[in-house]
Design a protein around this ligand. Structure first.
Ligand code: ZN
Length: 448
């Protein structure tokens, strides 16, 4: 075991003995001997993300994090392909978090290139949008497709061609994009900014990436740090708590309608409430710092608009993470079954439904509804819709399948609008109540 903390000046250097309500927590990043070099490289970005996380209320409350790399198999076992918190310590699967950040990097940078390619400045100095029919930025899931494969490999080239064809990008764009992702990775993990940051796309892409990663780290680590600090360091309740949303969803999980009954542990609900508090705190900090840099009435709106993209990316990433986990490659974890007798597909999930834990669709709804609440401009797209709504619906189906008595094959989806209706596009509610899904599983999920 060796410490990375020395390299990261912003993190605490002292290792802590766990005590009741510790004031410092060690985050152990569990590393495997056969870790691919690309994952190894993005490990530094995890440390950078943790360093930023400390500024969302932890340092102000005199609570600190230190980071250790561990090659002990016990660490990997505890992390279970994600993160696990206990008094004084959090264990995280380094490769899983690195994938999360790397895929976010691809998606963020594709947004930046897309925005720059489609925006022109008119003769009177106004920014106008140039239409590029059919061309869309990469989603988080497209990013995963590329992040999972060895750089420069034939597999990656084939995956890239598939993604580019679907999204109407040309191959030259892809090489520029790939270089920008490398620049972003380097800038984020190197304290002294390289000259490459002068490129406009990297500046914009980094802004989107950093904010999305801040929100992801806030949620994932905010939950685990609540276990590790044995209390929530952030005392201000989030909207998801003030509105009673998460507690209401947890109660519905206990009652077991329409998903099967599984009363969540109090500690798990508290930890999730804490993760959501850290998300809201982080979001407020980012809005404040952007407005300090450039006030909204003096041209600060584009900075805030970058936050909208980041919120949406974070929803996509968390939906994926909670539905399928991050410990195996997309090709291995993402299996959509054939259409069933009632025309519905489901996911073959590798993530187990565990006794006492909140169901993944319930956590997904609370996270996405909070970001939708915090979003000032694009509420219609900063929510569960498009890819995230599709994954969400499939993961709800997977939860229903596990509740059904053996031999029963027809889902009972009629109660789903009561539980999740306000948080998904109307096409999904129509599908649940009438059994009609537009265009297979496509148009029903559109953002409205
Ligand atoms: Zn937990």
């Amino acid at each position: 075991m060796y410490s990375l903390a020395l390299a990261i000046h912003a993190l605490a250097l002292v290792t802590v003995a766990p005590v009741t309500k510790p004031s410092q927590v060690v985050v152990q990043l569990c590393e495997r001997a056969d870790e691919p070099s690309v994952t190894f490289a993005w490990g530094k970005n995890i440390v950078a993300g943790l360093a930023r996380l400390q500024h969302a209320g932890y340092l102000q409350a005199d609570k600190r994090l230190s980071v250790e790399i561990s090659r002990d198999s016990a660490c990997t076992k505890k992390a279970q392909g994600a993160c696990y918190g206990e008094a004084g310590r959090v264990y995280c699967d380094k490769a899983a978090l690195a994938r999360l950040l790397h895929a976010t990097g691809w998606a963020a940078m594709s947004w930046a290139h897309h925005i720059l390619r489609t925006t022109e400045v008119s003769t009177d100095g106004r920014a106008v949008t140039r239409q590029m029919p059919g061309r869309t930025p990469f989603s988080f899931h497209d990013g995963l497709e590329l992040a999972d494969l060895p750089p420069g490999s034939r597999e990656q080239a084939e995956a890239a061609l598939r993604v580019l064809e679907d999204l109407k990008w040309d191959i030259a764009d892809f090489f520029v994009l790939g270089q920008s992702v490398l620049d972003l990775h380097h800038y984020d993990s190197t304290p002294d900014a390289p000259a490459n940051l002068r490129k406009r796309a990297v500046v914009l892409g980094y802004m989107v990436y950093e904010a999305a990663v801040n929100l992801l780290m806030a949620y994932v680590m905010g939950h685990e740090l609540a276990h590790a600090f044995q209390a929530c360091v952030i005392t201000e309740p989030s909207w998801a708590e003030r509105s009673g949303l998460l507690v209401d969803l947890a109660r519905r999980q206990s009652e077991g309608k329409p998903l099967c009954p599984n009363p969540p542990y109090v500690d798990e609900v508290r930890a999730d409430l804490c993760g959501l508090r850290v998300v809201e705190r982080m979001d407020h900090e980012m809005v404040r710092s952007k407005l300090r840099a450039v006030p909204e009435d003096q041209g600060g709106k584009p900075l805030l608009a970058a936050l909208s993209v980041s919120r949406r990316l974070a929803i996509d990433a968390i939906t994926w993470l909670l539905a399928t986990g991050l410990s195996s490659r997309k090709q291995d974890s993402w299996r959509v079954s054939e259409l069933g007798s009632d025309g519905l597909r489901t996911l073959n999930l590798r993530v187990e439904l565990q006794e006492g834990y909140l169901y993944s669709p319930i956590r997904t709804v609370a996270f996405s509804a909070l970001l939708n609440h915090l979003e000032p401009y694009n509420k219609q797209s900063v929510r569960l819709c498009d890819v995230s709504a599709r994954i969400f619906t499939l993961s709800v189906n997977a939860s229903l399948v596990r509740c059904m008595p053996k031999g029963q094959t027809k889902f009972d989806q009629l109660d789903l609008p009561n539980l999740f209706g306000p948080f998904v596009p109307s096409g999904v509610n129509t599908g649940w109540t009438t059994g009609r899904w537009d265009d297979g599983l496509g148009k029903s999920f559109h953002c409205e």
